[in-house]
Every structure is written in structure tokens, then in C-alpha cells.
Write a protein that binds this ligand. Structure first.
Ligand SMILES: [Zn+2]
Length: 447
């Protein structure tokens, strides 16, 4: 492989389902050519920074746009059809698994039906869960170490079979006010009982949010094992899950298999044919205490199964240093107060449609009038703003499409087509949300 070929193909290294032979050739060239490796690492850095995933609430589906954008930016000559196809299949998988997890883990049952009609293992499973819920209600604190297939710097919600396992630590104090910390290396969220703070080292930023800020997304349910158990109980009494039980050596093993019911069923998702995936949860309980000792979650795709989450250890009622539930502000970090964002006021951006908001935002970027868009970019810190300015100053708007809603995202997506200064056309799906006090449209991702 020569340098030209490498430059043309290097973005393939970001594809999960890259052709193995091609990847091997690229890696070989990467190792032997310093000019190309410098190019590659520079691009990798840019890709990392452009991702909206550094925003606290960037929706998973927006990754689509970034990767599409990347392929256009770096490979204008390449055959678009094959490339888009390959990328889409990767994204589809990521989104499908996110949907599975949202459906399986986040939904906390409101009703709990009786177990009169249950027989055999379902009945045993149900009563084990009942005892476990009682036991879990008495614990004072918990430290859970787990591995999840994700990216260390990404949203907590991001999970995909193609990623490597990333270590996470969850610490939780159940004494009122409840305090907790979730650390995945590239992101740390701490709840000190009054507020949540998220530290993102890569953006050198700290986001401050209320007690119910969505920084950790569906991970929140892992903070509350009781909810996980109740969810499983509902699956069993509803007969939407199949349960297998076995007891040995002081442990009770419970395996629950069920079909996922995705929530991503509107048009946007249908276009991407997001399928539901079956999945299996393997629990181990202590026979004596009835507390969960371990949990594994597998995604089942046809005959293939992938372990996507696995606990390494769960310790109950252990000493936890008070400093665990406090975040020492890193030097030079910029603090963005999302409570202030919640109360933001703007006559202009609160009385219009999301489409009109997108028009104003793109028009201001085209004219380099960044002061005019301070309000919609309130969630972006200095570093992120710098990147956006570098990329979007002087762009030209080709078309702004009709807004739509998708999945669990509370805002709206506005599909847009723009030409950046480098002359290439980009399709952008701007995520705008106005679920704040004064219904002001805020940019939430997509750029
Ligand atoms: Zn080279």
C-alpha cells in the first residue's frame, strides 16, 4: 500500500466491519510510515472532538451524521454507495443495542401483577426476586465494578457489540440523601445529594446539573438494583421473559431470556431498519443473603451472542470514603451550569418553531455572527465552541428540511444540508430541544 492509497482508505479503520485484509494493510502502512501516521492521528483527534458525544445529552442516533460527515469530508472521491452502506450497518447495530437497553433496563414497571398463575421455574424465580428485593431494601451502600462494551469518552448510554470492554465503577450510598458516583475513565458523574456534576477530561469541562439530570442515562437504573429486580419480576409475571433457575454451592443462578421491545419505531428509525434484538441476563444471587452477586447481559443476534455487560464484583455495606461523593474541580476546568441553562430566557428562540431556530442558527454561522447564537449554544463550553466556529464559520445553507421527532429523544431533529468552507456538502441533522423552563430552543448535538 502506498501513501495515496492509505490516505484514501484510512477512515476505514474507524469502521467496525472493515474488511480484515484492508485493515491489515492499513495498519502495516501506519506502522512503517511516519507521515501517514501523523495524518491519521490528527484525523482521529479531529473526529474525537467533532463528536457531539462530548455533550451531556447527545442522542445516540446522531452518531450517524458524524460518521457520514466524516466519510464525505475525508473521502470525497470514494464511491459513496458502498461506504454509506457499511457505515449504516455499524450505526444500526449501535442504535439497535441502545434501544434494547433502553427497553430492557430503563423501563421501571408501574404495576406489579400477582403470581397466581405462575408455575415451576417462573414461580421460583418470582419468589427469589421478591426476597431479593426485600434484602436489597436493607443495604446501606454498594460498590459495583463492571465492564461494558462502549467507548471510555462517550455517553454512558452508548453500548455496542463492536466495542471493547471498558471498566466502570459505581459507588452508591442509599442513606438519605442518596449519593453516588459513576466513573468510566473518560467521564465521571458524581451526585453529592444536592446536585450532579459531570467531569469530561477531554473537553476540560464540568457540567453541573440537578438531582435528576440525565448525565448517566440508563446507567441510572444500575444505581438502583431494586428497580432492576422489579423489572425482571414484571417480565416473569407478564410471561414476556423465560426464566431458568439452578442452585449450587450457596449460589442461585437465574437466567432470564426475552425479546426486546424497541422504542425506536417512528419513521426516522424505520428508515434505518432498526431491529429488535433478543437478550439474556444471567444473575447469580447469594443463597444466604439473596443479594445479587453478579450480572451478565448478552445480546443475541441470530446464532451469535455477545456479552455486553458484566459485573466484576458487587460489594455491599463496605466503607466508602466521603470524598468519593465529591468532585474536586480540576485545574482550569470550565464549569457549565445546566440549571442556568434550564432557566435561560430568549424572546427570539422561544417563540418560533425548531425549523425557524435552525434557520437563524445557520444564517448566523454563515454571517459569522456568533453573538446572535449565544443562547442556543448555551450548553457548549469554550472549547467546544472553538471547534464549532472553526468548522462552521462562513458555511452556506443549501436546504433546511422538516423537523421530526425520534425515539426517546425529547427534542426535535432538523435535517439540513450545508456547504462548509472547504467546499464539500454536508447533511447535518441538528438536534434541538426546548424542554426547559421558557421553551427556548437549544442546540443539543448534530454539528
Ligand atoms: Zn504513507
Amino acid at each position: 500500500m502506498d501513501c495515496n492509497e492509505f490516505k484514501r482508505e484510512m477512515t476505514s479503520l474507524f469502521d467496525a466491519d472493515v474488511d480484515k485484509a484492508l485493515a491489515a494493510e492499513l495498519k502495516e502502512h501506519l506502522l512503517t510510515c511516519s507521515a501517514c501516521s501523523a495524518d491519521f492521528y490528527e484525523m482521529e483527534e479531529v473526529v474525537e472532538c467533532l463528536n457531539p458525544r462530548y455533550l451531556p445529552s447527545a442522542p445516540v442516533l446522531l452518531k450517524q451524521n458524524i460518521i457520514n460527515h466524516l466519510s464525505k469530508e475525508k473521502q470525497p472521491m470514494k464511491n459513496k454507495t458502498t461506504r454509506t452502506f457499511r457505515l449504516n450497518s455499524t450505526i444500526k447495530k449501535v442504535a439497535a443495542i441502545a434501544a434494547v437497553l433502553v427497553a430492557v433496563i430503563i423501563a421501571i414497571p408501574l404495576l406489579h401483577k400477582g403470581n397466581e398463575s405462575l408455575v415451576g421455574e417462573a414461580k421460583a424465580g418470582n419468589s427469589l426476586l421478591e426476597s431479593s428485593i426485600k434484602a436489597t431494601g436493607l443495604i446501606k451502600n454498594m460498590v459495583m465494578k463492571l465492564r461494558v462494551r462502549t467507548l471510555p469518552n462517550d455517553n454512558f448510554a452508548l453500548v455496542g457489540t463492536e466495542y471493547d470492554m471498558v471498566e466502570h465503577t459505581i459507588s452508591k450510598s442509599f442513606e438519605k440523601p442518596e449519593k453516588w458516583r459513576i466513573d468510566k475513565g473518560g467521564r465521571v458523574v458524581v451526585c453529592d445529594g444536592k446536585q450532579q456534576l459531570m467531569w469530561i477530561p477531554m473537553a476540560n469541562g464540568v457540567y453541573k446539573g440537578s438531582l435528576d439530570a440525565g448525565f448517566v442515562e440508563w446507567f441510572r437504573i444500575l444505581l438502583d438494583p431494586e428497580s432492576v429486580l422489579r423489572k425482571e419480576q414484571t417480565g416473569i409475571t407478564d410471561k414476556t421473559s423465560e426464566v431458568r433457575m439452578a442452585e449450587k454451592d450457596g449460589e442461585i443462578h437465574m437466567t432470564v431470556t426475552s425479546k426486546a421491545q424497541g422504542n425506536f419505531i417512528n419513521d426516522y428509525s424505520k428508515n434505518r431498519s432498526i431491529n429488535e434484538s433478543d437478550n439474556r441476563r444471567e444473575y447469580v444471587f447469594s443463597s444466604q443473603t439473596k443479594l445479587i452477586k453478579s450480572l451478565k447481559i448478552y445480546v443475541l443476534e441470530g446464532s451469535k451472542e455477545t456479552l455486553i455487560l458484566e459485573t466484576e464484583s458487587i460489594d455491599y455495606n463496605v466503607p466508602i470514603s466521603p470524598s468519593t461523593f465529591a468532585l474536586a474541580l480540576p485545574k482550569g476546568a470550565e464549569v457549565t451550569d445546566l440549571a442556568a441553562v434550564q432557566n435561560i430566557k430568549s424572546e427570539t428562540f422561544s417563540t418560533i418553531s425548531s425549523k425557524r431556530a435552525a434557520e437563524i442558527i445557520f444564517d448566523s454561522m454563515a454571517k459569522n455572527r456568533w453573538d446572535a447564537v449565544k443562547v442556543p449554544f448555551a450548553q457548549y463550553n469554550f472549547l467546544l465552541m472553538k471547534l464549532i466556529k472553526r468548522k462552521c464559520s462562513g458555511l452556506k445553507v443549501v436546504k433546511i428540511g422538516e423537523p421530526f421527532k425520534s425515539g426517546l429523544y425529547p427534542g426535535e431533529y432538523v435535517p439540513c444540508e450545508v456547504v462548509l468552507r472547504d467546499g464539500y456538502t454536508r447533511k447535518i441533522c441538528l438536534a434541538l430541544r426546548n424542554d426547559n423552563e421558557n421553551k427556548v430552543w437549544l442546540v443539543d448535538g448534530g454539528l
